[in-house]
Design a protein around this ligand. Structure first.
Ligand code: HEM
Length: 159
C-alpha cells in the first residue's frame, strides 16, 4: 500500500523512492555494503560459513575485499528490480544470469531465513544511510522490490 502523490502510479512512486535513496548511497556503496553485511552476520553469525572467501580467510570481516561486491549486487539488483516493476510489471533478469544466480545460492545452501535476515539488514542499512529521507513508503518500496527479486531467484534455486 503506497500513497499516491501528485497522481503518480504506485509503482512509479516506488521506483522513484528506491532510485532516489540508492543515488544518495551509491557514492559510498562500499561502506554501506560493508555495514549491511556486518548487520547480517550480527543477527546470523552462521551465515558467514556460506561464503567461501570468509570461511578460508584470516582477514578480519571488515577488511575482506570480497564482501563489498556481493553487498553491492544486492543493492543494485534490488534497485533495478524496482525499475523493472514499473516498466514491465515484473522483475526481469536475463535468463542465463538468473539461472547462474539461482544455482550459486542453491549450491552454497542459502535458505529462506537468510533471505529474511538479509531483507531486514538491507532496510536497516538504507534507513541509516538516508537519515531524514526515510519513510514508511520508502521502506515499503524497497521491500516490494526485494521480495520480487528474491522470488525470481528462488524459481531457479534447484539442483
Ligand atoms: C553469490 C546476488 C542474497 C549468499 C551471489 C552472486 C550474486 C548474488 C550476483 C554472484 C553469483 C556468481 O557467482 O555469478 C544476490 C542477490 C541477493 C542475494 C541479488 C538478494 C536479493 C544472498 C543471501 C545470501 C547470499 C541472502 C546468504 C546470506 C551468497 C553466497 C554466494 C553468493 C554464499 C557465493 C559467494 C562465493 O563466491 O563464495 N549473490 N545474493 N546471497 N551469494 Fe548472493
Amino acid at each position: 500500500n503506497c500513497e499516491n502523490i501528485g497522481g503518480a502510479s504506485c509503482t512509479e512512486e516506488q521506483e522513484a523512492l528506491v532510485v532516489k535513496s540508492w543515488n544518495l548511497m551509491k557514492k559510498n556503496a562500499g561502506e554501506w555494503g560493508l555495514k549491511f553485511f556486518i548487520k547480517i552476520f550480527e543477527i546470523a553469525p552462521s551465515a558467514q560459513k556460506l561464503f567461501s572467501f570468509l570461511k578460508d580467510s584470516n582477514v578480519p570481516l571488515e577488511q575482506n575485499p570480497k564482501l563489498k561486491p556481493h553487498a553491492k549486487s544486492v543493492f543494485v539488483m534490488t534497485c533495478e528490480a524496482a525499475v523493472q516493476l514499473r516498466k514491465a510489471g515484473k522483475v526481469v533478469i536475463r535468463d542465463s544470469s538468473l539461472k547462474k544466480i539461482g544455482a550459486v545460492h542453491f549450491k552454497y545452501g542459502v535458505v529462506d531465513e537468510h533471505f529474511e535476515v538479509t531483507k531486514y539488514a538491507l532496510l536497516e542499512t538504507i534507513k541509516e544511510a538516508v537519515g531524514e529521507m526515510w519513510s514508511a513508503e520508502m521502506k515499503n518500496a524497497w521491500s516490494v522490490a526485494y521480495d520480487q527479486l528474491v522470488a525470481a531467484i528462488k524459481t531457479e534455486m534447484k539442483p
